[in-house]
Design a protein around this ligand. Structure first.
Ligand SMILES: Cc1cc2nc3c(=O)[nH]c(=O)nc-3n(C[C@H](O)[C@H](O)[C@H](O)COP(=O)(O)OP(=O)(O)OC[C@H]3O[C@@H](n4cnc5c(N)ncnc54)[C@H](O)[C@@H]3O)c2cc1C
Ligand SMILES: C[S@@+](CC[C@H](N)C(=O)[O-])C[C@H]1O[C@@H](n2cnc3c(N)ncnc32)[C@H](O)[C@@H]1O
Length: 673
């Protein structure tokens, strides 16, 4: 297949060169694209030694090969949603051409999902330079560049075109990414460099993974007609045929998935329940904290009508009532699930705040930076090793010594640590209020309205008050009641605990140090509206609602250990504060998904086979990181309910599935035997 390329005239390459790019680990640092321009001006990859698109025109190729070969725009007409999966995102020209064609079509699908993998994403500055060559796409390209994520491994969900176009990017090797993406594709765009120079992207593994993602009737298109490509696709359950190619190329390939009987592979097991309850697009959310308000906003953005019910008289009065909390990731040496999920949650969380603000909705928050100081020399060494190993963009994570930490924080410190310059603080009640205000015609709030009971009648969930009066009814009910979840017997399988937390509020002058969030066993915020928030205590199973002197004392001791000499002017009695009860799960990961209807299952039962209550979901267990999880968990919840491509990897969906707690003790005892 050496001569198979975007261009009929492109020469053969060495496949041993391409095999150097076998970066199979998702934890591998992301190396940005390195390109030059060929003599005719076509972008050329220095890494793969091939052009990014046909010299005869990227957009002509996109329209003829990728859209035309998949029967588009015709096939998306009248559909509620159309899902496209691409193998290599490159400059995003196929995406821009697809988005433009979708916009231009009055009969387009209501929403467009475009899912793509990219091993070497472009730096946004390079995208801007290259996109400028296609001025016809300027508004779309500008919107894409503005939303372009940080170049970190894993899934990034971008919302474009007023939430009607969803771009889900996996940064990393497609052979890992396609196995980790939970999507049902209506059309595939196979776009790598020439198979000779980029064999990984045309491998049997990739074809099988595409076959697993195929929705009924899924089609594919590619410019390559190499024999190995045709044979590999056939083996993965696609029937393929040659068709007239674009410009100088005589032929291209188009194909159709033959369904489960045509494939030699199983369809991807789904971790979600049936899509049936979503037809009515109506949901109840119990709880107007960061969890419930986030889910309500994400469903409302999809056109759902949502009733949000809370016992308090306004949003963010439970655990989400603090003056300022920290929104930042928690990296680890092995980039474990907590590390990946907190990174994804932080990046998505800040993008969410920016999107709310771009619509004129205010949120009190500032990405002033977060300094996490080491508690001792051993931890400092570990922190340095984590930074070196993960090699994340410096704006996300950087190692700083004590001198630099002191300059950043504005106060002498003993040791350096992690500097998250793009992270910061958020005032949770304002985020809750902003979420609920984002879609006024879609979200109806019921405050001062405690739910005493929920019941399923016919196909609907009903939320009732203490007098048995109906508050709201809908086919979908999301329990985001924080520690209040424990009062509902139907959520009895979820091992939720309450962890009391007290923060201390210190008077602070504007501009006084520290001007960034600082952490070390606890945290202290910069001045926010004349106050600084220091905390926090963490006491499981402690129900005391009143402020305690000894807890203030504990907070002040942590602050003094972090910033020596800082607290000499302060006394605990002069402090104000707030007590909240965190809804915490045993493994410190949130609970996002359908609630199991059984309390035990046979050992090794797949999560996808655990019976669930129809239309009943949990969004909780946010513990000490509610701000980190909230926006992404809300988006995941909405994606799961709607049966859409997910915004995080499959193993992370499994990690937050509320049914995991049923499996673990069973598996544990099976192992112990
Ligand atoms: C002291 C402290 C400091 C923290 N600091 C940080 C931080 O720095 N960074 C971070 O990311 N996270 C932090 N957290 C954690 C974070 O605040 C929580 O994880 C998050 O607020 C939980 O949100 P939630 O929406 O699940 O719960 P909640 O905010 O408690 O919301 C649940 C809502 O459900 C309502 N409700 C309950 N039962 C019913 C019912 N039966 N009927 C109707 N309504 C009901 C409640 O009134 C409440 O409004 C902190 C928490 C505390 C307590
Ligand atoms: C021909 S270009 C794609 C052009 C792109 N579709 C566009 O519209 O601009 C191929 C892309 O695949 C990427 N790629 C190559 N091998 C990959 C792999 N194993 N996993 C993910 N992406 C890969 C390359 O970095 C390159 O950006």
């Amino acid at each position: 297949m050496a001569a198979d390329s975007h261009n009929a005239c492109a020469g053969a390459g060495s496949s041993s060169h391409a095999s150097r790019h076998h970066l199979a680990q998702s934890a591998m640092p992301i190396l940005p694209a390195s390109y030059t321009l060929a003599d005719d001006g076509t972008p050329y990859s220095d890494t793969f030694e091939d052009v990014y698109h046909s010299a005869a025109g990227a957009i002509g190729q996109a329209e003829h090969v990728f859209l035309g070969g998949n029967g588009l725009p015709g096939r998306w007409r009248g559909r509620d949603r159309f899902v496209i999966v691409e193998t290599g995102f490159g400059l995003g020209l196929n995406f821009l051409a697809t988005w433009a064609a979708w916009r231009a079509d009055p009969e387009r699908a209501a929403t467009l999902h475009f899912v793509s993998c990219e091993l070497h994403p472009f730096a946004v500055e390079d995208l801007a330079v290259l996109h400028a060559r296609w001025p016809e796409f300027a508004p779309l390209a500008t919107e894409l560049q503005a939303a372009w994520p940080s170049l970190t491994p894993g899934v990034h969900r971008l919302h474009l075109d007023k939430d009607r176009v969803f771009l889900t990017l996996y940064f990393g090797d497609a052979r890992d990414g396609l196995a980790q993406l939970d999507a049902r594709a209506d059309a595939f765009l196979l776009d790598g460099f020439s198979p000779a120079r980029n064999p990984d992207l045309w491998s049997q593994k990739v074809f099988h993974l595409l076959g697993r993602m195929a929705a009924p009737g899924a089609t594919l298109a590619t410019w390559s007609v190499a024999g190995e490509v045709r044979e590999g696709l056939r083996r993965a359950g696609f029937e393929v045929e040659k068709a007239p190619g674009f410009a100088g190329k005589r032929q291209m390939l188009r194909g159709r998935h033959l369904g489960p009987r045509g494939a030699h592979v199983e369809a991807t097991p789904r971790l979600r329940e049936s899509d049936a309850p979503q037809a009515a697009r109506r949901a109840i959310v119990i709880g107007a904290g960061v969890a419930g308000s986030s889910a309500a906003e994400r469903l409302a953005a999809r056109g759902w009508s949502v009733d949000v019910i809370d016992g308090a008289d306004r949003p963010g009065q439970g655990a989400s009532g603090n003056h300022a909390g920290v929104l930042r990731p928690l990296p680890s040496l092995d980039d474990n699930r907590m590390s990946r999920l907190t990174r994804a949650g932080t990046l998505y969380g800040w993008r969410h705040i920016r999107r709310l603000r771009a619509r004129g909705i205010s949120v009190r928050a500032e990405d002033c930076g977060v300094l996490h100081l080491a508690r001792d020399a051993a931890q400092l060494d570990k922190m340095r090793a984590v930074v070196e190993r993960l090699a994340l963009p410096a704006s996300l994570l950087r190692f700083v010594d004590a001198d630099e930490a002191e300059r950043i924080g504005g106060w002498p410190v003993q040791l350096g640590g992690w500097w998250f310059s793009d992270s910061g603080w958020v005032q949770p009640p304002t985020l809750c209020a902003a979420n609920l205000a984002a879609h006024p015609s879609q979200i109806r709030t019921h405050f001062a309205c405690p739910v005493a009971q929920i019941e399923r009648v016919a196909d609907e969930w009903r939320a009732l008050d203490a007098a048995g009066q109906l508050i709201a009814a809908a086919p979908v009910l999301i329990m985001a009641a924080g520690t209040g979840l424990r009062d509902f017997p139907l959520a009895g399988t979820l091992p939720m605990v309450s962890a009391r937390g007290q923060v201390s509020l210190l008077d602070a002058a504007a501009g006084s140090a520290p001007r960034v969030v600082m952490c070390r066993m606890g945290y202290v915020s910069p001045e926010v509206d004349g106050l600084r928030c220091a905390g926090a205590t963490f006491d499981v199973g402690d129900d005391e609602p009143d402020l305690r002197e000894r807890d203030h004392h504990e907070n002040i001791e942590k602050l003094e250990a972090m910033l020596p000499g800082y607290t000499t002017q302060l006394g605990p009695t002069a402090l104000r504060g707030r007590v909240g009860f965190r809804p915490a799960s045993p493994d410190r990961l949130p609970m996002v998904g359908a609630i199991p209807s059984v309390s035990s299952v046979a050992p090794r039962t797949p999560l996808s086979e655990i019976p669930r209550h129809a239309g009943l979901y949990a969004l909780s267990g946010f513990g000490a990181r509610g701000l980190v999880w909230a926006a992404l968990a809300g988006e995941l919840m909405a994606s799961l309910i709607c049966g859409e491509p997910a915004p995080v990897e499959n193993d992370l969906i499994a990690a937050v599935d509320p049914a995991r707690f049923i499996l673990r003790p069973v598996r544990q005892s099976a192992t112990d035997d």
